[in-house]
Write a protein that binds this ligand. Sequence first.
Ligand SMILES: Cc1cc2nc3c(=O)[nH]c(=O)nc-3n(C[C@H](O)[C@H](O)[C@H](O)COP(=O)(O)O)c2cc1C
Length: 198
Amino acid sequence: MARVVLAITGASGTRYGRRLLQVLSSLPVTVDLVVSAGARLVLSSEEGIDPGSPADPGRLVADLGGLGEGAITVHDPADVSSPIASGSPLVDAMVILPCSMATLGAVASGAGHNLVHRAADVTMKEGRPLLVCPREAPLSPIHLRNMLRLSEAGVCVLPCAPPFSHRPTTLDGLVDGLVMRVCDRLGFRTELVPRWDG
Ligand SMILES: Cc1cc2nc3c(=O)[nH]c(=O)nc-3n(C[C@H](O)[C@H](O)[C@H](O)COP(=O)(O)O)c2cc1C
Protein backbone atom coordinates (compact mmCIF):
# COMPACT_ATOMS: atom_id res chain seq x y z
CA MET A 1 0.00 0.00 0.00
CA ALA A 2 1.54 3.31 -1.08
CA ARG A 3 1.47 6.29 1.28
CA VAL A 4 1.11 9.80 -0.13
CA VAL A 5 0.99 13.19 1.57
CA LEU A 6 -1.51 15.51 -0.15
CA ALA A 7 -1.39 19.20 0.76
CA ILE A 8 -4.12 21.52 -0.49
CA THR A 9 -3.03 25.15 -0.17
CA GLY A 10 -4.69 28.50 -0.77
CA ALA A 11 -4.34 28.98 -4.50
CA SER A 12 -7.26 29.13 -6.86
CA GLY A 13 -8.19 25.63 -8.03
CA THR A 14 -8.69 23.74 -4.77
CA ARG A 15 -11.04 21.64 -6.91
CA TYR A 16 -7.95 19.91 -8.32
CA GLY A 17 -6.90 18.88 -4.83
CA ARG A 18 -10.38 17.62 -3.98
CA ARG A 19 -10.45 15.52 -7.15
CA LEU A 20 -6.98 14.09 -6.50
CA LEU A 21 -8.07 13.13 -2.98
CA GLN A 22 -11.07 11.35 -4.46
CA VAL A 23 -8.97 9.50 -7.06
CA LEU A 24 -6.30 8.48 -4.55
CA SER A 25 -8.95 7.21 -2.17
CA SER A 26 -10.15 4.82 -4.88
CA LEU A 27 -6.63 3.37 -5.27
CA PRO A 28 -4.61 1.20 -2.88
CA VAL A 29 -3.12 4.34 -1.32
CA THR A 30 -3.19 5.77 2.17
CA VAL A 31 -3.37 9.54 2.16
CA ASP A 32 -2.06 12.01 4.74
CA LEU A 33 -4.14 15.12 4.05
CA VAL A 34 -3.18 18.65 5.09
CA VAL A 35 -5.48 21.55 4.22
CA SER A 36 -3.80 24.90 4.88
CA ALA A 37 -5.55 27.89 6.42
CA GLY A 38 -5.39 29.61 3.02
CA ALA A 39 -6.99 26.60 1.34
CA ARG A 40 -9.88 26.76 3.78
CA LEU A 41 -10.63 30.31 2.61
CA VAL A 42 -10.44 29.34 -1.05
CA LEU A 43 -12.54 26.20 -0.56
CA SER A 44 -15.18 28.38 1.02
CA SER A 45 -14.97 31.06 -1.67
CA GLU A 46 -14.71 28.89 -4.79
CA GLU A 47 -16.40 25.66 -3.80
CA GLY A 48 -18.86 26.81 -1.15
CA ILE A 49 -17.28 24.26 1.18
CA ASP A 50 -16.57 24.76 4.84
CA PRO A 51 -13.91 22.08 5.14
CA GLY A 52 -14.41 21.77 8.88
CA SER A 53 -11.93 22.36 11.64
CA PRO A 54 -8.23 22.49 10.67
CA ALA A 55 -7.58 19.13 12.29
CA ASP A 56 -10.67 17.51 10.81
CA PRO A 57 -11.85 18.77 7.42
CA GLY A 58 -14.86 16.51 7.73
CA ARG A 59 -16.84 18.06 4.87
CA LEU A 60 -13.95 17.59 2.48
CA VAL A 61 -13.52 13.93 3.33
CA ALA A 62 -17.29 13.38 3.55
CA ASP A 63 -17.53 14.72 0.00
CA LEU A 64 -15.87 11.49 -1.07
CA GLY A 65 -19.11 9.74 -0.28
CA GLY A 66 -17.49 7.18 1.98
CA LEU A 67 -14.96 6.13 -0.65
CA GLY A 68 -11.89 4.82 1.10
CA GLU A 69 -12.32 7.17 4.05
CA GLY A 70 -10.47 4.79 6.36
CA ALA A 71 -7.33 5.36 4.33
CA ILE A 72 -7.25 9.12 4.89
CA THR A 73 -5.51 10.68 7.88
CA VAL A 74 -6.16 14.37 8.32
CA HIS A 75 -3.47 16.57 9.87
CA ASP A 76 -3.74 20.02 11.41
CA PRO A 77 -1.57 22.37 9.31
CA ALA A 78 -0.30 24.01 12.50
CA ASP A 79 0.79 20.70 14.05
CA VAL A 80 4.49 20.44 13.33
CA SER A 81 4.70 17.49 15.72
CA SER A 82 2.64 15.38 13.27
CA PRO A 83 4.30 12.13 12.05
CA ILE A 84 4.71 13.58 8.55
CA ALA A 85 6.88 16.36 10.00
CA SER A 86 9.55 13.69 10.37
CA GLY A 87 11.42 11.58 7.85
CA SER A 88 10.89 8.50 9.98
CA PRO A 89 7.47 7.34 8.65
CA LEU A 90 7.82 5.63 5.27
CA VAL A 91 6.04 8.04 2.97
CA ASP A 92 6.34 7.38 -0.78
CA ALA A 93 5.64 10.85 -2.18
CA MET A 94 4.13 14.25 -1.48
CA VAL A 95 2.04 16.48 -3.73
CA ILE A 96 0.96 20.09 -3.17
CA LEU A 97 -2.14 20.71 -5.30
CA PRO A 98 -2.82 23.52 -5.79
CA CYS A 99 0.32 25.24 -4.52
CA SER A 100 0.05 28.92 -3.60
CA MET A 101 2.94 31.30 -4.25
CA ALA A 102 3.26 31.71 -0.48
CA THR A 103 3.78 27.97 0.01
CA LEU A 104 6.01 27.79 -3.07
CA GLY A 105 8.24 30.51 -1.63
CA ALA A 106 8.37 28.93 1.82
CA VAL A 107 9.31 25.53 0.41
CA ALA A 108 11.86 26.99 -2.03
CA SER A 109 13.57 28.96 0.75
CA GLY A 110 13.38 26.28 3.41
CA ALA A 111 11.85 28.88 5.72
CA GLY A 112 8.77 26.86 6.44
CA HIS A 113 6.59 27.53 9.45
CA ASN A 114 3.64 25.16 9.05
CA LEU A 115 3.15 21.42 8.49
CA VAL A 116 2.87 21.74 4.71
CA HIS A 117 6.24 23.47 4.49
CA ARG A 118 7.86 21.09 6.95
CA ALA A 119 6.50 17.94 5.27
CA ALA A 120 7.76 19.23 1.90
CA ASP A 121 11.16 19.98 3.41
CA VAL A 122 11.28 16.46 4.86
CA THR A 123 10.24 14.93 1.54
CA MET A 124 13.14 16.70 -0.18
CA LYS A 125 15.73 15.89 2.47
CA GLU A 126 14.73 12.23 2.37
CA GLY A 127 15.11 12.20 -1.43
CA ARG A 128 11.46 11.28 -1.99
CA PRO A 129 9.34 12.51 -4.91
CA LEU A 130 7.77 15.93 -4.34
CA LEU A 131 5.30 17.43 -6.81
CA VAL A 132 4.28 21.06 -6.56
CA CYS A 133 1.43 22.33 -8.71
CA PRO A 134 1.62 26.13 -8.61
CA ARG A 135 -1.26 28.40 -9.65
CA GLU A 136 -0.81 32.09 -10.26
CA ALA A 137 -1.02 34.41 -13.25
CA PRO A 138 0.92 36.33 -14.28
CA LEU A 139 4.12 35.04 -12.69
CA SER A 140 6.65 37.44 -11.19
CA PRO A 141 10.42 36.86 -11.44
CA ILE A 142 10.32 35.78 -7.79
CA HIS A 143 7.70 33.10 -8.53
CA LEU A 144 9.72 31.89 -11.51
CA ARG A 145 12.97 31.80 -9.52
CA ASN A 146 11.27 29.83 -6.76
CA MET A 147 10.03 27.30 -9.30
CA LEU A 148 13.50 27.02 -10.86
CA ARG A 149 15.05 26.59 -7.44
CA LEU A 150 12.70 23.72 -6.64
CA SER A 151 13.16 22.15 -10.06
CA GLU A 152 16.94 22.26 -9.61
CA ALA A 153 16.47 20.53 -6.26
CA GLY A 154 14.75 17.63 -8.03
CA VAL A 155 11.17 18.70 -7.35
CA CYS A 156 8.61 18.15 -10.12
CA VAL A 157 6.96 21.50 -10.87
CA LEU A 158 3.68 20.64 -12.61
CA PRO A 159 1.68 23.85 -13.03
CA CYS A 160 -2.09 23.92 -12.75
CA ALA A 161 -2.31 24.33 -16.54
CA PRO A 162 -4.75 21.63 -17.67
CA PRO A 163 -4.40 20.11 -21.14
CA PHE A 164 -7.09 20.46 -23.79
CA SER A 165 -5.87 17.67 -26.05
CA HIS A 166 -8.61 15.32 -24.82
CA ARG A 167 -11.23 17.95 -25.77
CA PRO A 168 -12.88 18.35 -22.37
CA THR A 169 -16.47 19.55 -22.55
CA THR A 170 -17.04 19.89 -18.82
CA LEU A 171 -15.18 21.44 -15.92
CA ASP A 172 -14.76 17.96 -14.43
CA GLY A 173 -13.19 16.79 -17.68
CA LEU A 174 -10.76 19.70 -17.60
CA VAL A 175 -9.83 19.00 -13.97
CA ASP A 176 -9.37 15.28 -14.69
CA GLY A 177 -6.88 16.04 -17.47
CA LEU A 178 -4.58 17.67 -14.93
CA VAL A 179 -5.24 15.20 -12.13
CA MET A 180 -4.35 12.29 -14.43
CA ARG A 181 -0.97 13.93 -15.16
CA VAL A 182 -0.36 14.27 -11.43
CA CYS A 183 -1.25 10.59 -10.91
CA ASP A 184 1.10 9.66 -13.77
CA ARG A 185 3.96 11.46 -12.02
CA LEU A 186 3.09 9.78 -8.74
CA GLY A 187 3.30 6.43 -10.53
CA PHE A 188 -0.43 5.60 -10.34
CA ARG A 189 -1.99 4.44 -13.56
CA THR A 190 -5.41 5.97 -14.12
CA GLU A 191 -7.44 6.51 -17.26
CA LEU A 192 -9.44 9.54 -16.13
CA VAL A 193 -9.41 11.02 -19.64
CA PRO A 194 -8.40 9.65 -23.05
CA ARG A 195 -4.66 9.78 -23.66
CA TRP A 196 -3.26 11.52 -26.73
CA ASP A 197 -2.31 8.84 -29.23
CA GLY A 198 -1.43 10.94 -32.22
C1 LIG B 1 -10.21 33.31 -3.07
C2 LIG B 1 -8.72 33.35 -3.01
C3 LIG B 1 -7.99 32.97 -4.12
C4 LIG B 1 -6.59 32.98 -4.08
N1 LIG B 1 -5.90 32.57 -5.19
C5 LIG B 1 -4.56 32.48 -5.15
C6 LIG B 1 -3.84 31.95 -6.26
O1 LIG B 1 -4.39 31.56 -7.27
N2 LIG B 1 -2.50 31.83 -6.13
C7 LIG B 1 -1.82 32.21 -5.01
O2 LIG B 1 -0.60 32.06 -4.96
N3 LIG B 1 -2.48 32.75 -3.94
C8 LIG B 1 -3.84 32.88 -3.98
N4 LIG B 1 -4.51 33.40 -2.91
C9 LIG B 1 -3.76 33.92 -1.76
C10 LIG B 1 -3.33 32.81 -0.79
O3 LIG B 1 -4.45 32.10 -0.32
C11 LIG B 1 -2.57 33.44 0.39
O4 LIG B 1 -1.31 33.93 -0.07
C12 LIG B 1 -2.36 32.49 1.54
O5 LIG B 1 -1.60 33.15 2.55
C13 LIG B 1 -1.64 31.24 1.12
O6 LIG B 1 -1.37 30.48 2.28
P1 LIG B 1 -1.11 28.90 2.18
O7 LIG B 1 -0.08 28.71 1.11
O8 LIG B 1 -0.59 28.52 3.53
O9 LIG B 1 -2.39 28.25 1.85
C14 LIG B 1 -5.92 33.40 -2.92
C15 LIG B 1 -6.66 33.79 -1.80
C16 LIG B 1 -8.03 33.77 -1.84
C17 LIG B 1 -8.82 34.16 -0.61
